[in-house]
Design a protein around this ligand. Structure first.
Ligand code: ADE
Length: 226
């Protein structure tokens, strides 16, 4: 997979890709991440990237030319499966969307700033708009990191134990059951007996029951309940 991320602030996004599992995925050559500094495509001597909104109102809007030129340049080099704009008014990110996107080869992510981007960019290039939740961030950078992290860990070979990505919360609409590691008892709190029994059939059954209980308690909406 190749991710091209267009942003005003690449430095804000660097560390997640230089750490842990994402770093390993990149080192193994399973994913390439390229940052494109929008300012490099800015207009005139001052490399302007934003302007006031037509019709008035607070806040600045990202101009269409720098974004269009940067995206057109990338498109002239390869085909892209998706051009994603991270925005609070996009479709709410779900594991289902992440699973689908993780099968793609080439993806562009656009990080917005200020009041947003000139709406015409949606007609020209954008194939998908994604929000990571109903709140407003300063820009799309952290949202793009979230999306990239969720995507990259699903690429075969990135996580050593692939089974562990498949048993994550949300993969089957159930939250994960409780997990424990050593010691068996800590400050009087014991690990459930069943997990020490060595009876893997019973353990699996217990995990499924716990998963169901926890989902019903915390996220009944996932089970179709209100
Ligand atoms: N940009 C600003 N807020 C955002 C959000 N909640 N999701 C995605 N992109 C954003």
């Amino acid at each position: 997979m190749r991710l091209d991320i267009i942003t005003l602030h690449p430095e804000l996004m660097e560390s997640p890709f230089q750490t842990s599992i994402l770093k390993r995925g990149i080192a193994k050559g399973l994913v390439e991440v390229h940052f494109h500094r929008l300012r490099d495509w800015g207009i005139g001597k001052r490399k302007q990237v934003d302007d006031e909104p037509y019709g008035g109102g607070a806040g600045m809007v990202l101009r269409i030319e720098p974004l269009d030129q940067c995206i057109s340049h990338l498109k002239s080099q390869r085909n892209y499966d998706e051009i994603i704009y991270l925005t609070p008014d996009g479709e709410r990110l779900s594991q289902k969307t992440v699973n689908t996107l993780s099968l793609k080869e080439n993806i562009i992510m656009i990080c917005g700033h200020y009041k947003g981007i000139d709406h015409r960019l949606r007609t020209l290039h954008i194939t998908k708009e994604i929000s990571i939740g109903d709140y407003v961030l300063t820009g799309g950078e952290l949202a793009a990191c979230v999306l990239a992290d969720a995507l990259i860990r699903l690429i075969p070979g990135v996580i050593n134990d692939e089974q562990s990505a498949l048993t994550d919360s949300f993969q089957d609409n159930f939250l994960s059951p409780p997990i424990f590691t050593r010691p068996e008892e800590y400050k009087g709190i014991k690990v459930p007996e069943i997990l020490l029994s060595g009876n893997f059939k019973k353990i699996e059954q217990w995990r499924q029951e716990e998963s169901y209980k926890i989902t019903l308690e915390k996220r009944p909406d996932l089970l179709g309940e209100k």
